[in-house]
Design a protein around this ligand. Structure first.
Ligand SMILES: [Zn+2]
Ligand SMILES: [Zn+2]
Length: 393
C-alpha cells in the first residue's frame, strides 16, 4: 500500500510552484486563455487525455485506469477578479487590475498536482478520474455551460468533489458540512418610472427616487416579516441610481440586488409561499401603485444552493481526519455566498469542502491583500488523493 502522505509531501514544491505560476497570470471570468492553456499543457504533459475549449476556456483531463469502476470528478475554478493586487508578493499578478483574490489559483494547482500524484499510482485505482477546470465561477458561471456541453457524460460522473480556501477557519484545518453549505443566489433589477420636474414643485411631479426608497425599505420585510426566521435569507439592494442634479426631481430610479437562501423550497418552488420573483413583484407593484408610479422588474435565477451529500461528506471527513487529525476537521458555518459547484452536486453525489487558510491577520476574500500560507496546498492535494483512493481504490 502506497504511503500517500509521503508521496504528496514529495510534490510540495511542485504544487507551490504551480500555484505561483498561476497567481502571476490571473484572468477574469471568460477570459481565462493563458490559465486554460497552462492547465491543458500540464495535463497533456502528464499523459492525461485532455479536452479544451469547453464552454470557452473549460478544460477536462481524464485519468483512465483501464479498469472498470466509478467516475470521480475533481473540480477547480480558474477565474480571478478585477482587482489591483497589493500583496507585494514576488509572484504577484503581472496583469494590471486583475488578481487571484479568491484562491482559485490554489484550487487549480491542487487539482493539477492531484492528477500527477494519482497518475503515478493509477495501478491502485479503478474507474476514471475526471479533472474539470471551469471558467467564470465569479459569475456568470462556467459550471452549467460545461455540464450543458456534456462534461458529466462519457464516462458518466458518479461522485464529485471540490474545495475552496476558507479564511474563516484556521490554516491546517479542514471544514466539512453535510447538507446545505453555500446559498442560492439570484439577481433582480427594478426600474421605477415616475415623472421628473422642478425640485421646488413636487406636486407637479412623481418622484421616482422617493418611491425607490420605499421599495428598498419594503423589500427588507421579506426576510424579517414574511419568511420563517429559522431559515436564513438575505435580500440586498446593492445599487440605487437616480437623479442628475440637486434641484431636479428624477423621473427614473434603477435598483439592483440579490436574494440568498439555503432552502430549495424558498429558492425554487415554495410549497406555501410565493417564489422570490413573485414576492418581489407583489411588493414592488404594491408600493408603485400606491404612489402612482410605473415599474419594470427583471428577476434572474443564479446558482442553486451548494448542498453536500451526507455520505460523501462523511467520506471526505474521514479522509480529512487522516490528513490533519480528528480535532482539525471542523464543521464550518454555512456561507450566504454562492458557488456554481452546486450544479455538479445537483447531478452527482458530492462534497464541496473548506480548506482553512485563516490566520491572525485575517484578510477576507476579494481583498487586494488576500494571501495564504502555502503549507495548506499539500493538505488539499492529500485530501483530494485520499478521497479518490477511498472511492476508487
Ligand atoms: Zn470569490
Ligand atoms: Zn472563489
Amino acid at each position: 500500500m502506497v504511503d500517500i502522505h509521503q508521496l504528496v509531501g514529495e510534490h510540495k514544491d511542485l504544487v507551490i510552484r504551480t500555484r505561483r505560476d498561476l497567481h502571476r497570470i490571473p484572468e477574469t471570468a471568460y477570459t481565462e486563455k493563458k490559465t486554460s492553456a497552462y492547465v491543458a499543457e500540464y495535463l497533456s504533459r502528464e499523459g492525461l487525455e485532455t479536452q479544451t475549449g469547453i464552454a470557452t476556456y473549460g478544460v477536462v483531463g481524464l485519468l483512465k485506469t483501464g479498469r472498470p469502476g466509478p467516475t470521480l470528478l475533481i473540480r477547480a475554478d480558474m477565474d480571478a477578479l478585477p482587482l489591483t493586487e497589493e500583496t507585494g508578493l514576488p509572484f504577484a499578478s503581472i496583469h494590471p487590475g486583475v488578481m487571484h483574490a479568491c484562491g482559485h489559483d490554489a484550487h487549480v494547482a491542487m487539482a493539477l498536482v492531484t492528477a500527477t500524484v494519482l497518475n503515478g499510482i493509477k495501478d491502485e485505482l479503478n474507474g476514471t478520474i475526471k479533472f474539470v477546470f471551469q471558467p467564470a465561477e465569479e459569475g456568470p458561471g462556467g459550471a452549467k455551460p460545461m455540464i450543458d456541453e456534456g462534461v458529466l457524460d462519457n464516462p458518466k460522473v458518479d461522485y464529485a468533489i471540490g474545495c475552496h480556501v476558507w479564511p474563516e477557519i484556521p490554516g491546517g484545518t479542514i471544514g466539512v458540512r453535510s447538507g446545505p453549505f453555500m446559498a442560492a443566489m439570484d439577481r433582480f433589477d427594478i426600474k421605477i418610472i415616475g415623472r421628473g420636474g422642478h425640485g421646488a414643485m413636487p406636486h407637479l411631479c412623481l418622484d421616482a427616487l422617493e418611491v425607490g426608497t420605499q421599495v428598498v425599505n419594503a423589500l427588507q420585510r421579506i426576510s424579517s416579516r414574511h419568511l420563517n426566521p429559522q431559515e436564513p435569507t438575505v435580500v440586498t439592494i446593492g445599487m440605487f441610481h437616480a437623479g442628475t442634479a440637486f434641484n431636479i426631481i428624477p423621473a427614473e430610479a434603477k435598483l439592483s440586488g440579490t436574494t440568498r437562501t439555503f432552502n430549495l423550497d424558498i429558492w425554487d418552488s415554495w410549497a406555501i409561499w410565493d417564489s422570490w420573483a413573485e414576492r418581489l413583484e407583489k411588493i414592488v407593484r404594491g408600493v408603485c401603485q400606491s404612489m402612482g408610479a410605473e415599474y419594470e422588474l427583471a428577476f434572474a435565477k443564479g446558482y442553486p444552493p451548494t448542498i453536500n451529500d451526507d455520505s460523501m461528506a462523511e467520506v471526505v471527513r474521514r479522509c480529512a481526519q487522516k490528513v490533519v487529525g480528528e480535532t482539525n476537521v471542523v464543521e464550518p458555518a454555512r456561507s450566504m455566498g454562492g458557488e456554481d459547484m452546486s450544479y455538479f452536486l445537483q447531478q452527482s453525489k458530492g462534497c464541496f469542502y473548506a480548506l482553512g487558510v485563516g490566520r491572525e491577520a485575517f484578510v477576507p476574500f476579494h481583498n487586494s491583500r488576500f494571501d495564504f500560507n502555502e503549507d495548506i496546498l499539500p493538505i488539499g492535494v492529500e485530501v483530494h488523493c485520499r478521497t479518490a483512493l477511498e472511492l476508487l481504490g
